[in-house]
Design a protein around this ligand. Sequence first.
Ligand code: NAD
Length: 298
Amino acid sequence: LMRESYLNEKDVGFKQIKQDLGHVVVVGGQGKLGQLFSQMLVLSGYKVKSLDKNDWQDAAAIFDGAGLVIVTVPINVTCEVIREKLTQLPEHCILADLTSIKEAPLAAMLAAHKGPVVGLHPMFGPDVGSLAKQVVVVCHGRDQEAYQWLLQQIEIWGARIVEAEAERHDKAMQLVQAMRHFSTFVYGVNLCKEEADIGNLLQFSSPIYRLELAMVGRLFAQDPELYADIIFAQPGSQLAISDYLDNYRDALTMLQTGNRQAFVEQFQRVAKWFGDFAPQFQHESRAMLQSVNDMKAD
Ligand code: NAD
């Protein structure tokens, strides 16, 4: 019901928190996330101008009078764009970005601009129907009071604001995004190389496997560039991923040496480490599996 009410709001518009802003400039405004945020801002009554890669000759005019500049260009050019092109913004203009990594872009923004700065990471893709219950991570930069309204505006769209320190955010993303997407990628590579018959697998599949296969398969319905960006953006991700490989190899050794007892002991150790989360996850997934079962198109 909540999801529906936000969807309706998306049709008719949202409450505008900041009335006297001037306009918003979205750098990378023709991109997927740029378009989504532009749309949300327009639906909330803001005037939005796009500045994409072929528009830099008009930059001075586009930035003139801007109250908010949002950078949402590919990760690998983000810091360069900030350093080279965003040093002459109006003094009181808020400079924000939507990049999936936070430490380097935030540092670049703080160096390029003297006014308010905030780093945002929407933890969702452009294919979400609404922002209801989605998470936006916020890394504070400078002059929080000046951009507080923006966080409120994002909450009006239905999203939850989660504050994080940039370095810790990036570290978490190595596990939550880079390592996870990478192992999903390898899972897909493996199915492909083994020439698995997906239709056949689905016939044998219980709801839990169908859900897992859907999680893997959906990766390959999306943009490889985005995932390459996320996986390759941070050198530290290589460590997280090779740790995973080490653990995998150790577990494989248990299997190859027939060390069933070691498997059981390690299982118990991990279960203990998960603590109350393990039964909580079991409970949560039961409800999800029930709905997967209900919608199963066999
Ligand atoms: P995208 O490729 O769809 O859009 C990027 C846009 O930037 C394009 O329109 C491109 O023309 C433009 N651009 C490239 N170089 C430019 C330049 N020098 N100056 C101005 N514009 C330039 O990418 P996207 O998926 O919208 O991602 C944009 C940002 O959002 C990235 O930092 C990404 O990490 C972040 N992000 C994306 C997602 C997602 O699921 N797509 C989720 C969270 C965060």
